[in-house]
Design a protein around this ligand. Structure first.
Ligand code: NAD
Length: 256
């Protein structure tokens, strides 16, 4: 029987690429995100890969909507075999001007939502004797950059959550791992390139080479497909011994 993967924030960027790769591998997919074309994207994937899909636009800022998202997924597919906590937001500002509401939203979406979703799928995974939780952290889960106090805190936090769930899932064949990418050219990063270009008076290409990729030894964006391949590997039945770990895909950033 086909397994089911729920990928938060899968109507854009990295999450969408992961969802397509999992569909291609035969997983049924619960799409999720705030983009308006979610139903259309899910339909296209069903058509192309002949798997079951559905879509939810639950707002991860609201705990009760996250619980509804898990309930809807269970109603449609019976199980959530793989949960990928991918949805994320960013805000960049010096700490003394960082708005508290931006801090709260980033912690809610990038960290608390992963806790609530993992908690809600846990009993089902335990009952099935199988579960894979994959958290999309960031190189900023392991290293800091200026002006990203909330994002860096949330991404470090999710690595802590990953370790704890890894320990608690041992014995029930539930694993939890994190992926820590460097820069990936998605809508989230395209917005940052535009903002930084204005802020520093640099061309967008200069921002990419001189600011963004400065800390990566490999001066190229990380391909989204590579993140999807790693997620598929971590989701596999025979990856059961890999748990509580964080995997970098950062072009050598954290080697320095
Ligand atoms: P993206 O902006 O393309 O996609 C983010 C997704 O999250 C969208 O589908 C959006 O609708 C969803 N989302 C945001 N807020 C939400 C909310 N309140 N409720 C429900 N859904 C919400 O971003 P991306 O670059 O693909 O990022 C995906 C993940 O990868 C994030 O966690 C991000 O921090 C992480 N990441 C990205 C990069 C990068 O360079 N792009 C690097 C490292 C880690």
């Amino acid at each position: 029987m086909s397994k089911t993967a729920l990928i938060t924030g899968s109507t854009s960027g990295i999450g969408y690429t992961i969802a397509v790769a999992f569909a291609q591998a035969g997983y049924n997919i619960m799409f999720h995100g705030l983009e308006e074309n979610g139903t259309k994207l899910a339909g296209e994937v069903t058509e192309k890969y002949k798997v079951k899909t559905d879509f939810s636009n639950a707002n991860l800022m609201h705990p009760e909507e996250i619980e509804k998202l898990i309930k809807a997924t269970l109603e449609k597919f019976d199980t959530v075999d793989v949960l990928i906590n991918n949805a994320g937001i960013q805000y960049v500002s010096p700490v003394e001007e960082f708005p508290l509401e931006k801090w709260n939203s980033i912690i809610a979406v990038n960290l608390t939502a992963a806790f609530i979703a993992s908690k809600a799928v846990w009993a089902g995974m335990k009952k099935n004797g199988f579960g894979r939780i994959i958290n999309i952290s960031s190189v900023h889960g392991l290293r800091a950059s200026e002006f990203k106090s909330a994002y860096v805190s949330a991404k470090h936090g999710i690595i802590g959550l990953t370790k704890v769930l890894g320990l608690e899932g041992a014995g029930s064949n539930i694993t939890c791992n994190a992926i820590c990418p460097g820069y990936v050219k998605t809508p989230l990063v395209e917005g940052q390139i535009r903002d930084q270009s204005k802020a520093h008076g640099l061309s967008e290409e200069e921002v990419v080479q001189k600011v963004m990729l400065k800390k990566q030894a490999v001066k190229e964006f990380i391909p989204e497909e590579k993140i999807a391949e790693l997620a598929l590997f971590l989701a596999a039945e025979n990856s059961s011994a890999i748990t509580g770990s964080s995997y970098t895909l950062d072009g050598g950033w954290t080697s320095q």
